[in-house]
Design a protein around this ligand. Sequence first.
Ligand code: HEC
Length: 281
Amino acid sequence: MQQHVRLTRLKMLACFSALAFFIVIVSCADKNNPAMPPTGPKLTISLDSTLDDTTGTTLANSITSATLADSTGTLIKTALISDGKANFYIEDLYPDDYFITINGLNQERVPTRIIAIQDTIYDMTQVVGKKLCSSLILSGSDTIFMIKTFFHGQGGRPVRQYSNGVDLSPEEYAYIIQSMGEWTGNFEVRVDSTAELLMREPNPRHSPHQFRSWIAGEANHGKVLLNNPDLITSQCQGMGCHNNYDTKPPQWHDISPMIGYCYKCHYGSTGISAGMVDPAH
Ligand code: HEC
C-alpha cells in the first residue's frame, strides 16, 4: 500500500516536471520568435453604399467579421478587422475566385477574384455595397473588376435551365464579373459560392454598344430599358438589331443578335428578374 502511494507520488512528480519543462520550452520559443504581425499583399474589403442599386435591402452597415472560402466551400482565411475594414493576407492564395462571408451572412457571399501579375500577387481593394450585391475590385487606383450578384430577396431569382426554364435544383444564384481592362477582358456569369461558369463572353467593342458599359454600370441596357420600355420597340427592334429577341431558339448556341438575344444571359427580355440561364441544362 505504502509502495503504491509512493509510486503515485513519483508519477505526479514526473508529470509536474514534464509540464514545467514544456512551459519553459514554450516561453523560450515565444521569446525567440514573438508572434509577428502578418505581412505581404492583402485584400482589403470596405463598404460603400453608393454602389448599391435601388432594389434589395441593406445587409451590413459595418464589417464586424469576415471569412474567405474557396470554391469548394472550404474556409481558407479569417480577416483581421481594423477601422471597419476587413484585411485578408493573400500571398499564399492561388489566383481564382473566392467567396467572402461578411458578418456571418452565409447566404450572400461576396465573390472576389485574386489575380497574379507575372506570378506575383499584389495588394487589392474591394469596395462592396451595403446590400452586398455590387462591388468593385481595385488595384491601386485602377478598377480591375466589377462584380454583381443576384441573390434571392435582393432582386435576384435562381438560375434557370435554358432548355425548359425550370430553376436549377438545389437553387443557385448567379454573379457577373466584368473585367474592366481598357481593351481586353471577359464578361462572365458564374454561380455564387462555387464559381461554376455559366457563360463567358469576350469583351469586344460591339457597335453601337460599348459592351462593357452596356452590360453593367451606370447606364447599362437594363436601366435604360426599364426606364424607357418603348426603347425596346423603337431602338432595339426598330433599328432592326434585335428582332425576335423574345423567340427562344431551342439551343442556346443558336442565339444570334437577331434571334432570342436576351436569352443569352437572362431568361427573356425582362432582364435579371427573369433569372440568369444555365446554357448546359
Ligand atoms: C451578355 C449578357 C446579357 C444580354 C445578352 C442581355 N442582358 Fe439584360 N442584363 C444583363 C445584366 C448583367 C444585367 C444587370 C445589369 C446591372 O444590374 O448592372 C441585365 C439587366 C437587364 C434589365 C434590368 C432588369 C432588372 O431586373 O434589373 C433589363 C430590362 C434587361 N437586362 C433587358 C435585356 C434585353 C431586352 C435584352 C435583349 C435585347 C438583354 N437584356 C440582353 C445581361 C445581359
